[in-house]
Every structure is written in C-alpha cells, then in structure tokens.
Design a protein around this ligand. Structure first.
Ligand SMILES: Nc1nc2c(ncn2[C@@H]2O[C@H](COP(=O)(O)OP(=O)(O)OP(=O)(O)O)[C@@H](O)[C@H]2O)c(=O)[nH]1
Ligand SMILES: [Mg+2]
Length: 310
C-alpha cells in the first residue's frame, strides 16, 4: 500500500473509532450507567484515547503523513534519510552524532525552503544536565560512560552553550540544501552547540514528490538519555509509519522495548500495518553467504514477532 492510500485508510479507521468512542461516552453519561463501579475510569480512558485519535486524524486530513526513522545509535538512520533526500545533508559519522531530532517537511516549491532551529529554554537545559548526572551515577556502565562524556563536553563548552540558549530561534531561507548543511551540522551534531538545541525543522522541496510526508531523524535509542527515548516514544504514539533501521541480525533490548511501545502506544493502527524494517549495511558483508545467513536470521526473528503480534 502506498502512503497516500494508507493515509486515507487510517483516517477512515480513526473516524470509525471516534464515532464508537462518542457513542460509548454518551452511554457512560446515562444516569443508569453513571453509578456503576469504575465508570469514571472508563470515561477518562475514552476521553484520553479519543484526544490522541482526534489529533492524528486532523493531521492526516491536513495531508500530513509522519514517518519516524528509528534505531540504535549508529544504525544508519541519518544515512537512510539522506539517501531519500538525495543529498548528503544530515550529519553521519562513526561516532555518535545526532543529538537532536530533525523534522523534515516537504514544501512544494523552492521559495518556501527554510531551516528552523529552536534553542532549549534554561529549564530544559538544566533538566538535561540533571538527567545526565543521574545516568552517570546509574548502574548501566555503558550509559554512565556516555553521560559522563556528555557532561564533560557540556562543562568544556559551558560558555558557548549558554550563549546558544540566549540566541533567538534561527529562521533561515535557502534554495540549495547544501547552503544550510553547515548550520544543520552545527546545531544537530556538534556537541558544543547541539546540547543547547531543542528542535530542528527543515522544510525542503526535495521531498516534493512525496508532498505531505514528514520524516523524523532521531537520536539513537541507546544514547543513554531518557530524553531521546521519551522523544522516540512520543513520536511513535503519533506517527503513521515507522522505519526501523536494523543494524544487527538479532534485535537488541532497546529495539524490543521500542517495538513493544509502538505496539501499545497506538490503539488504532496496528504495528504490523505501519512498521517497515530496513536491514542496514548490506554492503559490509564479506560474502554473499555471510549476508544470506544474517538476512535469514533477521527474517526468522521478525516472522516470530509477527506471529506474536497477530
Ligand atoms: N558501509 C556502510 N556504512 C554505513 C551504512 N549506513 C551508514 N553507514 C555508516 O555508519 C555510520 C553511522 O551512520 P549514521 O547515519 O550517522 O547513523 P545514525 O543511526 O544516524 O547515528 P546516530 O544518529 O548518531 O545515532 C556512518 O559512518 C555511515 O557512513 C551502510 O549502509 N553501509
Ligand atoms: Mg543520526
């Protein structure tokens, strides 16, 4: 199914769910029902889940289709989105380099192309530092080391980061993606600046053939920051397709958590309908046989996941 057909299909499903919810809420208001045990909890759940469905439907009606590109650190998420854009734009390197989520929107013509970058508030920056301190003192050694490294970077660049916090939001128009490459790298991937950035939004005509699609290039799930896991979770609750970039032949703990969350987070569209798995780095296999072995392991594990879903 292409994404436009999926969009219509999802919107219809959400509309049906909202109609049923409306009837159920009206029933819950009847005097004969209002006195039943637990009815307040049921009404609250109906209300909360209805809000999420309404938000999702409004977005689809506007023609916006959200695709979250998720995966472990260094799985190749940014490389994947760059291939889609046909431009080596998002920062990719062998060390951790995506600190901030970049949202990529499509606009129909070149004159509307722009980059928007919002710095964090002081409170959000302080929250990040507190969170890093807590992770540093936690029991997970690998997460603690990453948090320690981040704190050292923050301490070393304290002056620059505080200046970024005070900067007004960046609004930069451009014609060629290459023109904003440096700014994007600076605010998303250069740790001297990126820790002070809340969000980056890119509006480009490079996705014009897929007008309405919004890509989310997110930091790795295992980055050690609860903020990144939170961001991925928020996105998964409110996105229409998930592309999981899988780096290893068997799923890791963070990937499994994410699948579990995506499955439970969206009550209306099943994960089996919206998840796409991209097995990355096929070119790095030494031989066709080595690739085939891993590929078969991946397919087998996903087959089991799919059986568990249905
Ligand atoms: N050989 C090979 N290298 C790849 C492939 N995809 C990504 N890489 C390399 O792997 C490294 C990490 O890629 P990124 O795209 O930055 O990975 P990421 O998931 O965005 O990383 P973070 O955002 O930092 O978590 C880079 O050096 C890429 O050049 C691939 O398909 N083949
Ligand atoms: Mg990245």
């Amino acid at each position: 199914m292409d994404w436009k057909t999926a969009s219509i299909h999802y919107a219809k499903r959400l509309e049906d769910a909202l109609t049923i919810r409306r009837y159920a809420s009206q029933l819950a208001q009847l005097s004969q029902v209002r006195t039943l045990d637990g009815i307040n909890d049921i009404s609250r759940v109906l209300n909360d889940e209805g809000k999420q469905a309404e938000r999702q439907k409004k977005r689809l009606d506007k023609g916006e289709f959200r695709i979250a590109v998720v995966g472990l650190e260094k799985a190749g998420k940014s490389t994947f989105v760059n291939a889609w854009l046909g431009c080596d734009l998002l920062p990719t390197k062998s060390q951790r380099c995506t600190f901030t989520t970049t949202q990529i929107y499509s606009v129909p013509d070149d004159s509307n192309q722009r980059l928007e970058v919002d710095p964090k508030t002081y409170q959000a920056f302080e929250r990040l530092c507190r969170e890093l301190e807590a992770t540093k003192n936690g029991t997970d050694r690998s997460q603690a080391e990453k948090a320690e490294a981040d704190l050292q970077t923050i301490r070393k660049n304290d002056h620059t980061l505080k200046k970024v916090l005070e900067e007004p939001p960046l609004r930069e128009s451009f014609i060629n993606l290459e023109d904003i490459k440096n700014d994007l790298r600076k605010y998303v991937a250069d740790a001297c600046y990126a820790h002070a950035i809340q969000e980056a939004r890119l509006f480009t005509s490079r996705l014009a053939e897929a007008e309405g699609i919004v890509f989310y290039d997110v930091p790795g799930l295992d980055s050690g920051l609860a903020k990144h896991i939170e961001e991925s979770r928020e996105m998964l609750t409110d996105c229409d397709a998930v592309i999981l970039i899988q780096r290893y032949p068997s799923l890791r703990g963070h990937e499994k958590d994410l699948i579990k969350f995506a499955r439970e987070g969206d009550k209306h569209i099943g994960l089996e309908e919206k998840l796409f798995v991209f097995f990355a780095r096929m070119d790095s296999f030494a031989s066709h046989e080595a690739f085939k072995k891993d590929y078969e392991a991946v397919v087998h594990e996903w087959q089991q996941e799919k059986n568990a879903l249905s």
